[in-house]
Write a protein of this length. Sequence first.
Length: 300
Amino acid sequence: MNETLASTVSGIIHAGTTARFTGTVLPVRDPGSWDALREGRLREMSAAAASSGVMFTDDNALAVASASLGTDGIWDLAPALTTYHRWAASSGSLDRALTDSEQQSVPGTGSTLRERWNAVFDSPADIAGLPAPAKAGCGVVPVTRDGFLVMGVRRRAFVAAGHPGEYRENVHVVAEGMLPQDTGADGVIEASAAAARGLAEELDVHEAQIIPTGFFLDAQRWQPVFSFLAYLPLSYNQVWDSAAGADDSWESDRLMALPFADGPELRALVEGTHPELLMASNHAQAYLACAMDHAFGAGN
């Protein structure tokens, strides 16, 4: 595969332009050593979230149980249920140091879950062998009618909480964990439905041209992730007005805009070298990179 801007983002494995879900949703499966993780790590994480005022609720989420490459070159994904706590205490924190009790109860060697589990995650085909949930994510890069990229200045979230001591402002695009109810008109789970939901919940935008720009794996958190570019029929000022009434407007302190154009500013955001702004996660970097690859040409 030719190198794209998205493929240069740390922890990101570019797996294609899109993928699809097939089959019925499988039930929740506990991560490996779940009893130990729940009693030790999850309890600590919940206490830390409560003390810092960060939301950390255990909602249902959509995971991928397995993946196979179709004859048309598109990955077929088997959907499964998980919960946010199961993911956050396992795949979502692979490099967190093991607690004393986890050192005794999690099989293997090493000081982290990643080292103890020693699982391969280089391709979607590896998902079936993971000992913890592969929670599906979705991100959308919104571009207004007058050519502006819309970003939020991020409030703190528990897993992607920014960088302590970082002087730059954390910014993000529309990002959602996928849910079992993200389905199309035929009732089949579709990532584009999650993208449309994200635009509605975060910006109160209900019409857009939504274009798939990438399907990738986040090796840092064992997540399969979908990326989209959305051209909105609204100006930036109109989006600013509509977002004030969005259900999830609380997720951002405020909106900001940059011209959506290939050049040093957006490339610096993808590369993490912008002097004033920092993308909130490697997911956010990859969403922007995929959108730029699509709009301006990959590898330029």
